[in-house]
Design a protein around this ligand. Sequence first.
Ligand code: FAD
Length: 506
Amino acid sequence: MDKHYDVVVVGAGNGGLAAAAVTSQAGFKVLLLEKHNIPGGSASSFKRGRFEFEPSLHELCAVGKPDQLFDTGKLFKRFGAEVDFRYEDNTFRAICTAEDGYDVRMRAGEDNFCDDLEAIVPGCRESLKAWFELERGDQRTLDYIDSKNGKPNPLMMILKHGNFMRDTSYTVEEVQKALGMPEKARNILNTYWGYLGVPTDELNSFHYMTMVASYVRDGAVMPYKRSHEMSLALEKAITDNGGDVWYNSEVVKFLYNEDGSCAGVQLKSGEKIYAKEIISNVIPNNVYAMSDIKYVPEKELRLANSRTLGLSFVTVYLGMDCSKEELGVEDYTTFISKYANPRECYNHRNEGAYYVVNCHNVAIPDASPEGTCMLFYTIPMMEEDFPKDLKPEEYKKWKNSVAKRFIEDSEKVLGIDITSHIEEIEVATPVTFARYLGTPAGEIYGYQMAGWDSILPRIMAAPTDFTVKNLSYCGGHAERGDGYSCAYMTGMLTGDAVVRRLKGGK
Ligand SMILES: Cc1cc2nc3c(=O)[nH]c(=O)nc-3n(C[C@H](O)[C@H](O)[C@H](O)COP(=O)(O)OP(=O)(O)OC[C@H]3O[C@@H](n4cnc5c(N)ncnc54)[C@H](O)[C@@H]3O)c2cc1C
């Protein structure tokens, strides 16, 4: 017999979990559907031998401390979802091996960070302080936008939030140059560009400032038991609220009423589930592929076709047979680049110009058994970088060769022996992410947040971009863009909007 719910959420990634937590907390009958047998999507963990690896999270931002919580921290508190967060005192070590390169360690905390950069680039402090101040003003604007449920008054935006209107339409580099920031300071400050996959001469200033300021002020936050801990905490909140969570339940079809409104979904098993509201944590491209095309507004198809898919990664997970001290690794996050300038790194990414090495045990010393440690390599890869015509039987050889190349490069750059200490190794590629998450071309970041498709245009256009009645979206592909915090936030805000509608509001 067909089932009926108030809300059906498709996909138990960060966005879907938050949306289901909000709507179930409001007392509605909620069903969360996930094709895998565990929650989280990217926010998960996996085991190889005696190691439990973190598959995705390098650092979580916007958590804060118990006495001063920020957005993500507040979200977990709101749901009563308890997570044992651990804090890192440093933001990153950045090693650039170019002639004009550097090897710098930047401490967390705005003052520490400014002191460290000033020591490396004398005279940059004032521009850096101004940059952080600009970001604080932008946060006030974002609070205002949220208070208006994503529909700010345009006049107020111009009169009271002029800086936000300006810096969200400029690139990171344009804003930093306007503040008089020296080039070397810009290059070091822009080290994080790879987390968003867009070089800083193209990346939206607001988006980058928000992310960096959060990492710098709060430091890196990691859940003690991998990101799976956060996913389980949210799943518990949903079921404690009386919500249903079904695993091994892949949605294969979105169902529509004759008037074009969304009616529900169909599972791979053939079962149909109807709901008053459907929230998709699945990227719109896939929803369209699972819909009768006559119900997909042409405008939405055009929008999807005009967007660029976001970044993917090759990731390498290493379980080491020695401690981090024996290995000689002191830093939680080390960015390694061959060029100082992010654009150069982006253009030469296929030559290994930029990658990240994380050592989980620096943030969480007992993350692996005593006398061992874990390394996590992240190598950016765009859709067009994937080798064309790679045959299935050549795939393993190819991915292992990528891993070998970066492991060997890091041995040279860090001056340590990694290869002979590897006990376990796993390599993931865009193919892995495409298969696991179901995303087109294995993107992990939704749509690229560049130029016209950055955060402010998305927020302003969302009500008119997506018009199918009873169908809403959340996740890394939504207005706030990619990243854990953004996906959680869109899940929460979408859930709030659905609750308002179900209660008869607009
Ligand atoms: C290697 C890597 C490193 C990253 N590092 C960071 C980091 O350091 N910091 C940070 O903030 N972010 C990072 N991210 C990005 C972050 O993980 C994502 O932005 C975020 O998890 C996206 O969440 P989402 O809500 O879009 O869901 P997703 O993680 O995309 O999950 C979607 C869920 O939907 C399910 N699903 C898909 N199709 C169906 C279907 N038809 N039926 C039922 N279920 C379906 C999937 O199985 C999945 O569980 C990283 C990502 C990766 C992969």
